[in-house]
Design a protein around this ligand. Structure first.
Ligand code: FAD
Length: 265
């Protein structure tokens, strides 16, 4: 509230300050209760907190994108995770501030390790560079330790038989890469349409991994759109932004709803 008052000045009267404080705590209490519920549903004790993981591999994926493969530093097992889930990674920044950020697990669970893929966030228009992503890119290499929490998240792949349409852009490919990796291992024959958009092939993260997964799948249709297609990509490549009208594969109407279905033909 002091920061808000510093920016808004006299507009923050005692009455306004009191009302905002009340709303803040109402909202905070609701969120704290929801968090407690989620911990309970996941069977996870909040006190378990962060666990140290050893970086066993650092891989430059694309311009400003790096993957880290992590194994429990105590030699124990990696917690199971479903494709699409993420972990919180906490780093101690110079100055002593501990900052947590969420990173999607970018490949399927193997019981011993987990992989995260981090895009370096560069400050634009005078804004500072992203604190944690820049730290991970600049300071963390194979052999270092990172603190990470338990995998979580409910945007996960359903193992049913239905056809899938997976759509991603930029670093948003991380959950899709994990899903394709998982599908290639357990449902290689499932019908999948994977659509991805990126600026250029050079910034397209996890290209090698997704191409390898694609090679193991028998009914996968992959289309990539590059705003600047300055080099060959993998699979079917188109120029510009995602354009469903340009697709030759049939997308089930129930996936996008009737409007998009009509557009897609
Ligand atoms: C569920 C989930 C999954 C995710 N998965 C991934 C993933 O797989 N890969 C990935 O790379 N990211 C992922 N993210 C994003 C990631 O968690 C971080 O948000 C991202 O790395 C940026 O964190 P940072 O500390 O580098 O940036 P921050 O320091 O948090 O900065 C964020 C932005 O704020 C701007 N900013 C900071 N301070 C100021 C200021 N004073 N004035 C103006 N602007 C400012 C910065 O320039 C930057 O653009 C995921 C996020 C969630 C929630």
């Amino acid at each position: 509230m002091d920061s808000v008052a510093e920016v808004l000045g006299d507009a923050v009267t005692a009455e306004v300050r009191g009302a905002w404080t009340e709303v803040y705590w109402l909202f905070a209490t609701l969120l704290a209760a929801e968090e407690a519920r989620l911990y309970q549903v996941a069977g996870h004790a909040p006190a378990a907190g962060f666990r140290p993981w050893r970086v066993t591999e650092r891989r430059e994926e694309a311009e400003d994108v790096v993957s880290f493969v992590l194994r429990p530093a105590d030699g124990g097992k990696a917690a199971p995770h479903r494709p699409g889930q993420y972990v919180s990674v906490a780093v101690d920044l110079p100055g002593g501030l501990r900052q947590p950020r969420q990173y999607t697990l970018s490949r399927a669970a193997d019981g011993v390790s987990m992989q995260i893929t981090v895009r370096r966030v560069r400050g634009r228009g005078g804004a500072p560079d992203g604190a944690v992503s820049t730290y991970l890119h600049r300071e963390v290499s194979a052999g270092d330790e990172l603190l990470a929490g338990t995998p979580f998240g409910d945007v996960v792949l359903d193992d049913g038989p239905d056809p899938l349409v997976l759509v991603s852009a930029g670093i948003g490919i991380t959950p899709i890469a994990a899903m394709l990796d998982h599908l290639a291992a357990v449902q290689p024959g499932r019908r999948v349409i994977a659509l991805h958009a990126d600026r250029r092939p050079a910034v397209h993260a996890l290209r090698v991994q997704t191409a390898q997964a694609a090679g193991r799948m028998t009914d996968l249709h992959r289309v990539t759109w590059y705003e600047e297609p300055d080099a060959p990509g993998d699979g079917l490549v188109m120029a510009g932004c995602i354009d469903l009208g340009a697709l030759t594969v049939r997308i089930p109407a129930k996936v996008f709803g009737p409007d998009l279905w009509q557009q897609a033909g």
